[in-house]
Design a protein around this ligand. Structure first.
Ligand code: SF4
Length: 413
């Protein structure tokens, strides 16, 4: 173990203020695993395995061979619009669009940032619940950050989504629709720089993906299945992030897909993490890192450790050293730390570390042999953290730099 220097003099705690975005000043984080809404979205083609797709069509009086045609349209051409499916007889259009490819995800609002290379979309689901996704173009890749739940039950006090609580789990098709629409946006050239291909998907939007296991599993299989069964994406381009549902990490490893696991750690000591990430009361830092290491052993995929740097809360050099020691104690080279400056909320305890604290934190990790890369803060000027756009929209406080206006709602420039 390395030397742990003395703690910084000033240290704020997550309990010093109500959680970010809380409406009640006395609010405290409350974990919830049960959804407020129990209704299920209509069944959709993308929810089903190949044989089930054929069964659905047959039950509707549509010949089973049409399943392959629809799969090609949906997974290879990213279209769910029956009116452009020239090989589908007109008399089947309404049955297919109502019962096989029902509209599950409707655009509400789009914000752009970073010179048009970042698009943040707010979507309305069939029951009025809202979720977000963010599409980001980089020189070598284009990445979509998707939501797996409406709201979230994990109650992290620095996160706007956490304060909404869990509305409900998304179905696999609701998650896959975010991907299909992003693929379409890429080929349509909606991102600055012209048409491109979606290469990466990260489950870092609203929700804890491992808390919606059944839909996550179906989504992952469909993302990587060869077309026309699925989108044919590389598993290596997919990242599933978790705040620490240890049994779910084991289930993910057992799938045998080489997707990347990202652990949102944010604190290396239980004292702070119990307050910062309420699920830490169930599974402690040690158990979580053991599960993450075991994921690496199972899959050969290096684990990403996500660490939001929050000023005077978790950004002290001694915590960087403790993190390095905890990782090194479990072996070399199995984890990669990604510090990310928290989206600043001036005047609150939830604000970004200073540049010097950030640099010292990173240097301390690197000096201990830990691979460390500062993540960029894409969309920091457009309510960049998960849940912020939905919250702002609800409060009708949205101020847009540029936008597309949909759903008949007037939005101020
Ligand atoms: S940070 Fe992630 S897990 Fe925590 S409340 Fe927000 S969405 Fe949920």
């Amino acid at each position: 173990m390395g030397t742990v220097s003395s703690p910084a003099t000033r240290e704020v705690r997550p309990t010093d203020q109500p959680p970010e975005g809380a409406t009640d000043p006395g609010a405290r984080p409350v974990l919830s695993f049960a959804a407020k809404r129990r209704g299920k979205p209509p069944v959709h083609f993308a929810d089903l395995a190949t044989s089930e797709r054929r069964d659905l069509l047959t039950s509707l009086g549509v010949p089973a061979f049409r399943s392959d045609q629809l799969a090609r349209h949906y997974f290879m051409h990213d279209t769910a619009d029956t009116t452009v499916m020239s090989d589908l007889p007109k008399n089947l259009h309404s049955t297919v669009s109502e019962k096989v490819l029902p509209s599950l995800v409707t655009p509400v609002l789009r914000q752009t940032a970073d010179g048009g290379t970042t698009l943040k979309d707010l979507w309305r689901l069939y029951d009025g619940a809202q979720v977000e996704s963010v599409l980001m173009r980089y020189p070598q890749r284009t990445t979509l950050c998707i939501s797996s739940q409406a709201g979230c039950g994990m109650a992290c006090p620095f996160c706007a989504t956490g304060q909404m609580g869990l509305t409900r789990n998304l179905s696999a098709a609701e998650i896959l629709e975010q991907v299909r629409l992003a693929r379409k946006a890429c080929t349509n050239g909606d991102l600055a720089g012209g048409p491109t291909r979606l290469s990466n998907v990260v489950f870092m939007g609203m929700g804890e993906p491992l808390a919606n296991w059944k839909a996550l599993k179906q989504t992952l299989y469909t993302l990587v299945s060869e077309p026309p069964e699925g989108f044919g994406m590389s598993a290596r381009g997919i990242t599933v992030s978790t705040v620490g549902l240890v049994p779910g990490i084991g289930k993910l490893a057992d799938l045998g897909l080489p997707v990347t696991l990202a652990v949102s750690l944010h604190a290396p000591d239980d004292g702070l993490r119990d307050e910062l990430i309420p699920i830490n009361s169930r599974w402690k830092v040690g158990e979580l890192l053991d599960a993450a290491r075991s994921y690496f052993v199972h899959t050969g995929r290096r684990v990403s450790i996500e660490y939001a740097l929050i000023k005077d809360m978790n950004d002290q050099p001694w915590r960087a050293q403790l993190l390095a020691d905890e990782l090194n104690a479990r072996g070399k080279g199995w984890a990669h730390v990604n510090p990310i400056p928290l989206n600043p909320t001036p005047g609150t305890i939830w604000t970004a570390s200073t540049k010097s604290a950030q640099n010292l934190f990173i240097q301390t990790l690197r000096d201990s042999g830990i691979r460390t890369t500062l993540r960029d803060t894409r969309g920091a000027d457009i309510d960049g953290a998960c849940g912020q756009l939905a919250t702002a929209w609800e409060e009708r406080k949205v101020k847009l730099k540029s936008s597309s206006i949909v759903d008949g709602e007037e939005v101020q420039e």
